[in-house]
Design a protein around this ligand. Structure first.
Ligand SMILES: [Zn+2]
Ligand SMILES: [Zn+2]
Length: 353
């Protein structure tokens, strides 16, 4: 089989690889569709160092169960269409595992980061994992095409941020920083959840592709975050006395968190999805004075997955509008180049070409 291998920080190539061997409790998934994530772009460009090479990249994927060990969980069948939430292993014992927040397990290993991932044709799901974490795979409802199913992963992320962490109530106003996939799925989840004003704040380069997409998915306003623009005033004009109850930071830079703290209403919530390791060097008393919750976000849990799958299955969540490109695996590197500017949003990969 072929796979995209990250063999050094920021260095990748398509290699011919051995198909994984199915242990007696394992499941082998034939990958039918995968998607490139913003995190993958960091690994590809070398802006994040995995420190663990060589590795097959890719963690957003769906496919068909191709092979099962003789002692694998009989809940699953060869031929099942499934989507993976990309966990490779968890301890099952830590406080996060105990709560079912397997993504936060301090011993979690992830496909495409710590272990081989999905920019290839076959992926092994270890039997040990399937026993501890039964919802690490989901059988796809008939109405969700396998091709689009990898997009359930970023959608589940956004669901966790907006609904489970952000505790959005119908009628509240939301500001979303960042018009990448997570920002756009957050706008859509906010819309499905009954938010009043949904304001997506992005960059000049988002105007052409990403802002129109945001509006299609439910954003009521799109604003370019220019330095001279007094964003808090602009938000006040739109939201009036109710203000912004929830701010989703799907961008990451400290300057954005500063803006978020400034414009969220008193008693409001900020959920930080975006990553950026520069220090936050502002005074922090405002967090007490305004009684703000700032919630660090990582991933999703089974509830997030179950609910986004239900929304997608009944047509209330649009998975496909964000797909701007489809590429064969052999040309996946072009996909990473396309993601360097804002003309691409989500890129689907066909592993068989
Ligand atoms: Zn992802
Ligand atoms: Zn654990």
């Amino acid at each position: 089989m072929k796979g995209l291998v990250l063999y050094e920080c920021g260095k990748t190539e398509i290699r011919e690889l051995e198909r994984p061997v199915c242990g007696d409790r394992d499941i082998i998934i034939k990958v039918e569709s995968a998607a490139i994530c913003g995190g993958d772009v960091h690994f590809y460009n070398g802006t994040l160092d995995l420190g663990n090479y060589p590795i097959i990249m890719g963690h957003e994927f769906a496919g068909i169960i191709a092979e099962m060990g003789v002692n694998a969980d009989k809940y699953w069948k060869v031929g099942d269409r499934v989507v993976s939430e990309n966990t490779y292993s968890v301890c099952g014992r830590c406080p996060s595992c105990e709560k079912g927040n397997f993504v936060n397990c301090e011993n979690r290993r992830t496909m495409g980061c710590d272990e081989n991932g999905a920019f290839t044709q076959y992926v092994r799901v270890p039997g040990e994992l399937l026993e501890v974490y039964k919802n690490c795979l989901f059988r796809l409802p008939d109405s969700i095409p396998t091709e689009y199913a990898p997009l359930l992963e970023p959608a589940a992320n956004a669901y966790m941020a907006v609904v489970q962490e952000g505790r959005l109530m119908p009628g509240e106003n939301v500001v979303i920083f960042g018009a990448g996939a997570l920002g756009l799925y957050s706008a859509q989840i906010a819309s499905v959840s009954g938010a009043a004003n949904i304001i997506v704040v992005g960059m000049e380069s988002d105007k052409e592709t990403r802002f129109p997409c945001a509006r299609k998915l439910g954003a009521t306003h799109t604003i370019v975050n220019r330095e001279e623009l007094k964003l808090a005033e602009e938000v006040k004009k739109i939201c009036g006395v109710s203000g912004a109850a929830l701010v989703i930071d799907a961008a990451g830079p400290p300057a954005v968190l500063k803006q978020a703290v400034g414009l969220v209403r008193n008693d409001g919530t900020i959920v930080r999805i975006g990553m950026n390791d520069r220090p936050f060097d502002q005074g922090m008393n405002v967090i007490n004075v305004k009684s703000i919750d700032i919630k660090g976000h990582m991933g999703y849990n089974t509830t997030s997955w179950r609910n986004v799958m239900n929304l997608a299955a009944c047509g209330k969540l649009d998975l496909g509008t964000m797909v701007t490109h489809r590429l064969p695996l052999t040309r996946i590197q072009e996909g990473f180049d396309l993601l360097k500017d804002s003309s691409a949003i989500k890129i689907l990969i066909d592993p068989d070409q």
